[in-house]
Design a protein around this ligand. Structure first.
Ligand code: DQA
Length: 147
């Protein structure tokens, strides 16, 4: 199967950006780990990051008929973007929402997500490990499409 990991704005700054919240790993190292895990399981995984809402929307549209599962950290767009929510509804590709930090332990404006109610599941607060846990769950689901 084909999986897509989507990263929203400022996640290109991982490793440099507020390490107390987001840890020391770079986005490249996180992506490489996910690509390797997917490959070992016999699947293909691609990663895409953008700071631009419309480029994320375009990548979701392009995924229609091409991608079987999305792992998505919408970053700050989590709390603002009905357009990205609508893009995911338009392609109806199952996805897991991931956040490095525990958004519920932070400012109240981070408590609202426009994605959680349409996601298969949500992982937050577990750092980069959260992406690997999401991938493990995605791979399990792809192996058992009926469940
Ligand atoms: C984030 C949490 C968001 O509130 C924030 O805007 C981010 C990253 C996370 O991974 O913890 O940019 O999605």
């Amino acid at each position: 199967a084909k999986l897509l990991v989507l990263h929203g704005p400022n996640l290109n700054m991982l490793g440099v950006r507020e390490p107390g919240h987001y840890g020391a790993d770079t986005l490249d190292s996180i992506n490489q780990g996910l690509i390797n895990t997917a490959k070992q399981a016999g699947h293909q995984l691609e990663a895409f990051q953008s700071n631009a809402e419309h480029l994320l929307i375009d990548r979701i549209h392009q995924s229609h008929g091409e991608i079987d599962f999305i792992i998505f950290n919408p970053a700050a767009f989590t709390h603002t973007s009905i357009a990205l929510r609508d893009a995911l509804l338009a392609v109806s590709i199952p996805f897991i929402e991931v956040h490095l930090s525990n958004v519920h332990a932070r400012e109240s404006f981070r408590h609202k997500s426009w994605f959680s109610d349409i996601a298969i599941g949500v992982i937050c607060g577990l750092g980069p490990k959260g992406y690997q846990l999401a991938l493990a769950s995605a791979l399990e689901r792809l192996a058992k499409p009926a469940s």
